[in-house]
Design a protein around this ligand. Structure first.
Ligand SMILES: [Zn+2]
Ligand SMILES: [Zn+2]
Length: 66
């Protein structure tokens, strides 16, 4: 798979990740890494669950989620 954002610029770059929202292939320059959003409340104490999961989004989906 190739990076979708690079293809729109007439470039071909191997994708290293996939947008979890739209499924587009992403190269390292176009992949936005963000922690999985965890809405669970931890109360007043420390959170006991494991660290947030990793997720990749493309530039368009990244902007849409802000
Ligand atoms: Zn790219
Ligand atoms: Zn996307």
């Amino acid at each position: 798979m190739n990076c979708y954002d690079c293809l729109t610029r007439q470039e071909t770059t191997a994708a290293v990740a996939t947008c979890t929202r739209c499924g587009a292939g992403l190269c390292i320059d176009h992949a936005h890494v963000a922690p999985e959003i965890v809405s669970e409340q931890a109360g007043t104490g420390k959170a006991t669950h494991s660290p947030d999961a990793r997720r990749f989004t493309c530039g368009i989906c990244h902007e849409a989620e802000i």
